[in-house]
Design a protein around this ligand. Structure first.
Ligand code: CDP
Length: 220
């Protein structure tokens, strides 16, 4: 069984997917983390991003392995976790470019499908419900206003409350990435859209878990 959680940048997909996986005893697969890992691997090899070829990114991605964890899977870079690098500014700036490369989409999709073939999974991404696992049920599409998404992303990184200036700057970056990701972010016709702008995270998780259970799928 596979549950798809799609949505735009910083809409809370990963944290929600992780919590749902924990609640239902499924494995969490973060497809964006694979795009980030491949991008980080290519960044390590240096050179101007404008000159990155699809072949060079695919070759760099050989450094990435997807390993099982307690709750799901995590990509390693050269055998080690590299969360800060993968979530950092440089990778975030270039990841959409990598995600537009057909060979890289195939590379990610194959790994996600393999995990879904072997386990019950909650997968988060942009095109899980449409392209990667069209038979996933239910399909959730999380949305929130750009300003709210920017605030959450900053809170995730900083301890204190972000200033208005910081929020405005981050909102700009998020809107830019939404634009760059538009082609690969396709909402499934049968996706359930949840606007989380005014929703507490616990409530959004509870709603999705209730939806899964109400659906009559084989979940305890
Ligand atoms: O968490 P956040 O929204 O910042 O992004 P992410 O899920 O970590 O994904 C990083 C990037 O990977 C996105 O900006 C997309 O360019 C790409 N991506 C994609 O194209 N398709 C997916 N299924 C997942 C991510």
């Amino acid at each position: 069984m596979a549950i798809a959680i799609d949505g735009p940048a910083a809409s809370g997909k990963s944290s929600t997917a992780k919590a749902i996986a924990r609640e239902l005893g499924f494995r969490h697969v973060d497809s964006g983390a694979l795009y980030r890992a491949a991008t980080a691997a290519r960044v390590r090899q240096g050179g101007d991003a404008e000159s990155w070829t699809e072949e060079s990114v695919l070759a760099a991605a050989r450094m990435v392995t997807l390993v099982p964890t307690e709750l799901g899977f995590t990509p390693l870079l050269d055998g080690e976790t590299a969360e800060d690098e993968m979530r950092g500014e440089e990778v975030t700036r270039h990841v959409s470019l990598v995600a537009r490369m057909p060979a890289m989409r195939e590379w990610v999709n194959a790994q996600v499908r393999k995990a879904a073939h072997e386990h019950d999974v909650v997968v988060d991404g942009r095109d899980i419900g449409t392209v990667v696992l069209p038979s996933a049920r239910p399909k959730i599409f999380l949305v929130a206003s750009p300003g709210e998404r920017a605030k959450r992303r900053l809170l995730e990184r900083h301890a204190g409350a972000p200033s208005d200036g910081e929020i405005a700057e981050e909102t700009g970056r998020i809107v830019l990435r939404d634009d760059m990701d538009a082609a690969q972010s396709v909402r499934a016709a049968d996706a359930i859209v949840i606007d989380t702008t005014h929703l507490a995270q616990a409530e959004q998780i509870a709603r999705i878990v209730a939806l899964v259970r109400a659906g009559g799928w084989e979940v305890q």
